[in-house]
Design a protein around this ligand. Structure first.
Ligand SMILES: N=c1c2ncn([C@@H]3O[C@H](COP(=O)(O)OP(=O)(O)OP(=O)(O)O)[C@@H](O)[C@H]3O)c2ncn1[C@@H]1O[C@H](COP(=O)(O)O)[C@@H](O)[C@H]1O
Length: 112
């Protein structure tokens, strides 16, 4: 399990770096750069489409298709954060703060 986590973290870290390096690149040279060139609207639209495709794949029960779509969603999620100027570390900090707090508790604290 920890080996799996290490491999996933390493690939994610390389992907984040690779996406970051595409900012400002020539759109014809890179798919990521073409998404960035389309601005937040294009990146948000693609993320929405890919998320919908993931939901359909999961609902169909096809595990390998679901994993493929999950990879697409993760990539488009990172591109969307990138174009929005949101640092993944900030997302990590929010998740860290939520650790140990149940989703029900967190929701109740927001509603107070
Ligand atoms: N992980 C990914 C990745 N996952 C999915 N995709 C692309 O996301 C797109 C998914 O959109 P669709 O399935 O709708 O396919 P499409 O119809 O061709 O897309 P559109 O023309 O509608 O945008 C495909 O073009 C995939 O190739 C990715 N493109 C790039 N990466 C990573 O980003 C790196 C940099 O890629 P470039 O920016 O192209 O150099 C690559 O080395 C990879 O590591």
């Amino acid at each position: 399990m920890s080996q799996y986590n290490d491999q996933f973290s390493a690939v994610l870290s390389r992907l984040v770096k690779s996406i970051d390096e595409r900012k400002g690149a020539e759109p014809g040279s890179s798919y990521t750069a073409s998404l960035f060139a389309g601005g937040v609207e294009k990146c948000a639209k693609k993320f929405g489409e890919e998320s919908f495709e993931l939901a359909l794949a999961a609902a169909s029960g096809d595990k390998s298709h679901t994993a493929e779509e999950a990879a697409d969603v993760l990539y488009h999620y990172l591109v969307l954060l990138g174009v929005s100027g949101v640092d993944l570390d900030d997302v990590g900090q929010i998740l860290a703060k939520r650790e140990g707090m149940s989703g029900h508790e967190e929701k109740a604290s927001r509603l107070k």
